[in-house]
Every structure is written in C-alpha cells, then in structure tokens.
Design a protein around this ligand. Structure first.
Ligand code: TIU
Length: 221
C-alpha cells in the first residue's frame, strides 16, 4: 500500500478505493463577472491554483482513478434556493440574477460551467449541488459506493466554505479524507490556512493534509 506524506499523519492510500473530488472550479467562482466577484471577492487568488489542480487531475487520470467534479448551482426556477441563501450578504447581484456569464449559479448557464482549463472528460462524474456540501441533496454517496470508493482527496474552492463542508460531510459518512493544500484556495488566505489547521488538529479530527506532489508520488509509486 502506498503512503502519502501528509500532516498530521502519513496517509496509507489504497488505490483500489481512492478518488479525487474537485470542488466547484466554476467560472462563477474563478472568473470576473461571476458569483464570487459579485460578493466583492478578488478572484485572482483562486485562479492561481488552476495549474496545480490540473496536475492533480492529470495524475488521477493517468493512474486510472476516479475524478469527480462538483458544481454549486441551482435549478432555473430556483426552487432549490432557500431565501436565506439568496438574501445573504449584500451582493451586487443575487443568485439567479442575470450577469455577464448568464444567470448567477444557475445550472446550464455559462457561469455555472467548470472552467475550460479543468473540464471533465470521458465518463467523469459531475455533481450539481444546491448547497455547500457535495453530499447534501445529491447522489454523490451512491456514486462512490457503486465504485467502492472509501478514500477521498479534496481540491477546489473555496477551502473554508464548500471544500471544508464537503470534507466534514465525508468524514461523518466514514470516508478517509485528505486535503491537497496547494490545490485549494480561498478568497481569504487566512481562512485557507485556518481550515487546514482545524481539519488536521486533534490528530486529524476531520482528515489530513498533503501537498499535490506528495499525493502524485503515492499514485505513481
Ligand atoms: N463564497 C464562498 O467562499 N464560497 C461559496 O459560496 N461556494 C463555494 O465555496 N464553492
């Protein structure tokens, strides 16, 4: 069994049961004119991880391991959008409003698509999710069960919102989780760092954390 050099413990990874989950690398979070920018965020921080996420995805593809992509988006009629989520904060545009990339965070609109640099290929699964966590109101768990996946590597955005929420959901469902620290990013550097610290504290209460190079080394080993 290969071992990923990780913190706070080296992670014994079993390639027969390992998958990569790439969270919400969508135009709406990573490009100007999207939902993230409408909340007042600087999207350039998130763009910086694109090459590293691509390298991680390529490594999983080359090893023949599953890659699952998620997209945070809502039905066009917004029936799965709670008013509390729609009205939160003081956005210049709300979810469902028309923007430069179509209606914000609405399935089927250009802004909800995964960025072209990281487009899914072949039979890679894409999970559309109305919440922050990728298990909530989706069939992700059934899909992972069908492929006998038990260990999950996490990448994507944003670290403290959708990535952390999904990692916690996975932890409660019995999955081993490992966060790729240089393949995840937040609009706030301090929040990314705090998330890595809090999931790995207490002996890895939620999971462990490793650099992409170390994850790739274990896949190839
Ligand atoms: N606002 C923010 O940091 N994130 C989100 O709204 N969604 C995700 O993290 N995908």
């Amino acid at each position: 069994m290969a071992v990923i050099k990780a913190h706070p413990f080296d992670f014994p990874c079993d390639n027969k049961h390992l998958a990569l989950i790439v969270i919400d690398m969508q135009r709406d979070f990573v490009e100007e004119g999207g939902f993230g920018a409408s909340l007042g965020n600087d999207v350039s921080r998130l763009r910086a991880i694109i090459p590293t996420v691509a390298r991680l995805i390529d490594g999983f593809r080359a090893a023949g391991l599953p890659v699952v992509h998620t997209r945070e988006c809502h039905r066009p009629d917004l029936s799965d959008l709670p008013v509390s989520k729609r009205d939160r904060g003081a956005p210049s545009l709300r979810i469902g409003d028309p923007g430069p990339m179509g209606r914000l965070l609405v399935a089927g609109e250009p802004g909800a698509e995964i960025i072209p640099e990281l487009s899914p290929i072949g039979d890679e699964v894409v999970i559309d999710k109305p919440g922050k966590g990728a298990f909530y109101a989706t069939d992700l768990q059934d899909i992972l069960k069908a492929r006998d996946v038990r260990q999950l590597v996490f990448a994507g955005v944003t670290t403290e919102v959708c990535v952390q929420t999904t990692m916690r959901e996975a932890n409660d469902r019995g999955y081993d989780g490992i966060l790729a620290t240089d393949a995840t990013e937040s609009y706030f550097a301090a929040f990314r760092d705090a998330t890595i610290a809090m999931i790995t504290a207490q002996g890895g209460i939620v999971g462990c954390a490793a650099e992409t190079d170390h994850i790739l080394e274990a896949l190839n080993g």
